[in-house]
Ligand binder design. Structure first.
Ligand SMILES: *[C@@H]1O[C@H](CO)[C@@H](O)[C@H](O)[C@H]1NC(C)=O
Ligand SMILES: *[C@@H]1O[C@H](CO)[C@@H](O)[C@H](O)[C@H]1NC(C)=O
Length: 744
């Protein structure tokens, strides 16, 4: 087994050396349009760079200095001597090595704390070496003092001469010293467990705490907590600092306890994809963009068209999750979309900004494919998605307790009975406010409670009343967003009463709504003016279509009397703008992870730049964590695992859409001996089968435990429908269309 692994590692090294330079090194920035090399060197906030000339970096053997403004601090140190070595002792959890990748470079052994961890080979057959390349990285060290040592093998380089080891800089990630946390033992708190209790309001008070810790490595366009310890961060293809397989990564696993990152390999471009969980806990990530390839874009990363992609992440706990993608076997029949549960709704057949009739995809389809009203797995036409053009992308949707779906797009809303393909149109959203891309608002299904027989109520907040028939060059980044929130109970009486209108303290376009375990809704992120996207309207800030970031979160208490529901009292204010492509999610620890913002085609440092920093907003209850006892979610009587199904789906977050976000209150049956017995919701439609977290407020044990709804069974699989989709659709249609047109 060990030999096999080593063989693979060596093969990888050889293949790097033999590979032609990857296109991602042809980086063009938006301003100059000139081809320039991409330099992955990057020091995130909280990390520290040690230049090759630092007195803390120690060298043995014969080394030389080279000076150029293309190097970090204008200097680089190199050796061609066999067994010459460089060493740094540092304190932290992560280490990165930067240097050249070119024809002179060869194999180098990397040791950490005296142990061989990897053999790298930055050798590349190129005329000019690429500078400031990340040649080695490790982010998951136990916090403490470590020594990294690089030893030159002087093996044959692509130049034919003995390979050169060069060092431009080390970057050390300090990370968190868990041992120094009050109440902590030696390792990060991994599985802390909790039980359930009725809602208890937490007011916005000075106790809310905002801290900035960790970076996402890839820009956080999409975010989903996938286990008690990890979140999945998904971006589009761009020049992120985190790399994988020798090129920038566009997905990563984020360790919620240690802040360590693991890059994930993805084949296709997940630009503006959506996601959801299946009943067996597998996460699906669907759609995306074709390879972005106009002259201001990221160059080709060797990825494939993402428009029809369905990517699977099987349940995984330990941080070794991978993404499965095979367009010949699994794909959507048509292009793009955003998801709810396993229904894939709407979208556009081509990448672009505001939707239009030519590219609109007014359909729903299912994953796995379903044969429904004669569809044989193919998409089902939904007129609502025609009637809501043009600003109808990223529809807001929730599964309701009777099995139907609530859907809002543009200024309209409906209840979709998917089993019978019937629409029930709801009253239009008041005051001309549009709530879907690029006039993005956000929505939540308010907590479902046995107290009112799980009557569903939706809350839709923010957006914009900009006239969406105007051309983009008549819109500006300075047009006010909407402060409106509307809510409606989706029962016959509720619908007859119509929308209840409220005003947030500040207007927000692109807000995120996070359902808290208290039943309150945290509204965070967003812009006070403009419109979603980049590069489209007048008065862009950098490339941003939006301006006036809203920096103070606001808490909405649905149970409070009208007029007393919003509060920002004592809520901390951030100094990080989070506008287009920003995200927020509740974590199993009970705090809110806030990340992203990138109104840019590619990574950019101009205002408003690409944001990698993560913030954590902790409610008062979290600060008492260390002093509270914790309880464990016990396994349930066999065959009745549903009684442990999580009442809180944390959702798949992107573009202000929190797909599958859901909170269900559970009834307590028995309490005593440190055990709390709760009743499962009476039907699987109230909390659809799938992963969920249980949280207790009463014990103060705020960390949720993860359970799977029902018995973890997969969704029904209709092989005939799958076969029909595969025979009636082509993989990567858009790429094929391009090939056809270019050969004309
Ligand atoms: C429709 O949208 C696509 C994609 O953004 C764009 O290429 C096309 O020009 C648009 N068509 C019209 C008629 O506006
Ligand atoms: C869950 O179901 C999907 C769809 O059939 C399947 O692709 C996936 O492998 C399943 N996951 C597990 C863990 O069984």
């Amino acid at each position: 087994m060990l030999c096999h692994a080593l063989f693979l590692a060596l093969l990888a090294a050889v293949s790097i050396a033999a590979k032609a330079p990857s296109a991602w090194n042809g980086h063009t920035d938006v301003v100059s349009h000139k081809l320039a090399p991409f330099t992955p060197y990057y020091v995130p906030p909280g990390a520290k760079s040690y230049d090759s000339a630092s007195p803390l970096v120690h060298y043995t053997g014969k080394w030389h200095d080279t000076y150029s403004s293309a190097y970090v601090h204008k200097s680089l140190r190199w050796t061609s001597a066999r067994n010459a070595a460089v060493q740094l002792t540092f304190t932290g959890t992560g280490i990165e090595v930067f240097g050249n990748a070119g024809k002179k470079n060869g194999a180098v052994k990397v040791y950490i704390d005296g142990k061989l961890v990897q053999e790298i080979n930055p050798g590349l057959d190129v005329v000019t070496p690429y500078k400031q390349q990340r040649t080695f990285w490790k982010f998951d060290l136990v916090f403490g003092k470590h020594t990294i040592k690089l030893v030159n093998e002087a093996s044959k380089a692509p130049s034919g001469k003995p390979g050169v080891l060069d060092l431009d800089a080390f970057v050390v990630t300090r990370g968190r010293d868990w041992a120094a946390q009050p109440g902590a033992k030696s390792s990060p708190p991994t599985r802390l467990h909790a039980v359930l209790s009725p809602r208890k309001a937490v007011s916005a008070s000075a106790d809310w705490k905002l801290t900035q810790e960790g970076t996402t490595g890839v820009h956080a366009m999409q975010l989903a907590v996938i286990s008690t310890t990890h979140a999945l961060v998904v971006d589009k293809v761009e020049h992120n600092p985190l790399t994988v397989d020798g090129h920038p990564a566009w997905a990563a696993l984020y360790n919620l306890d240690t802040h360590a990152l693991t890059p994930i390999t993805m084949q296709s471009n997940s630009f503006c994809a959506g996601g959801s969980f299946l009943s067996n806990g597998t996460l699906i990530n669907v759609g995306g963009n074709p390879i972005v390839e106009d002259h201001t874009a990221s160059a080709d990363f060797g990825d494939v068209d993402g428009l029809q992609a369905i990517r699977l992440v099987e349940p995984c706990d330990s941080g070794d999750c991978t993404m499965y993608e095979n367009h010949d076997r699994i794909r959507m029949a048509v292009l793009d979309g955003t998801t709810l549960s396993a229904i894939i709704i709407g979208g556009s057949k081509k990448g672009g900004w505001i939707n239009n009739a030519t590219v609109n995809n007014p359909t729903v389809e299912y994953f796995p494919p379903k044969n429904i009203h004669g569809s044989k797995g193919m998409p089902v036409h939904v007129p609502f998605l025609d009637d809501t053009l043009p600003s109808n992308l990223f529809p807001l949707a929730f599964a309701l307790p009777d099995g139907t779906l609530f859907m809002a797009a543009n200024r309209d809303a409906m209840i979709y009975d998917w089993e019978n393909n019937k629409e029930r149109r709801l009253p239009q959203l008041p005051n001309g406010v549009r709530v879907t891309y690029p006039m993005a608002g956000t929505a939540v299904l308010l907590p479902l409670s046995p107290a009112n027989d799980y009557a569903p109520e939706v809350l839709v907040c923010g957006g914009s009343a900009i006239d969406d028939s105007r051309p983009s060059y008549e819109m500006t980044s300075q047009e006010p967003a909407s402060a409106q929130c509307v809510r409606m109970t989706l029962t016959n009486e509720g619908i007859a009463r119509g929308w209840e209108v409220e005003q947030m303290p500040e207007a927000r376009l692109m807000p995120d709504a996070v359902l808290l375990p208290t039943g309150q809704v945290l509204l965070v992120n967003g812009a006070g003016t403009g419109i979603s996207g980049y590069g489209n309207v007048r008065n862009q800030i950098g490339a941003s279509n939006a301006d006036h970031p809203v920096l103070t979160p606001v808490l909405y208490d649905p149970a409070a009397p009208a007029g007393h529901r919003f509060s920002s009292d004592g809520m901390p204010t951030s100094d990080i703008p989070r506008m287009y492509h920003s995200v927020a999610t509740l974590t199993p620890r009970g705090d809110v992870m806030i990340a992203g913002s990138n109104p840019n085609l590619d990574r950019s440092e101009m205002r408003y730049g690409t944001e990698y920093r993560v913030e954590w907003l902790a409610p008062p209850i979290c600060s008492r964590r260390a002093r509270r006892s914790r309880m464990q979610m016990r396994s349930c009587p066999s065959g009745r695992s549903s009684s442990c199904s999580g009442p809180h789906g944390l959702g798949y977050v992107t573009h202000a859409v929190h797909a599958n976000s859901r909170l269900v209150e559970l009834q307590i049956l028995r309490r005593g001996d440190g055990v709390l017995e709760v009743a499962a919701p009476p039907s699987g439609k109230i909390y659809p089968p799938g992963p969920g977290f249980c949280t207790s407020l009463r014990t103060g044990a705020e960390q949720g435990d993860q359970g799977h709804g029902w018995d973890g069974q997969g969704p029904p699989v209709d092989e005939a429908a799958i076969a029909n989709v595969l025979s009636n659709s082509q993989a990567d249609q858009y790429e094929k269309t391009k090939e056809d047109s270019s050969s004309e």
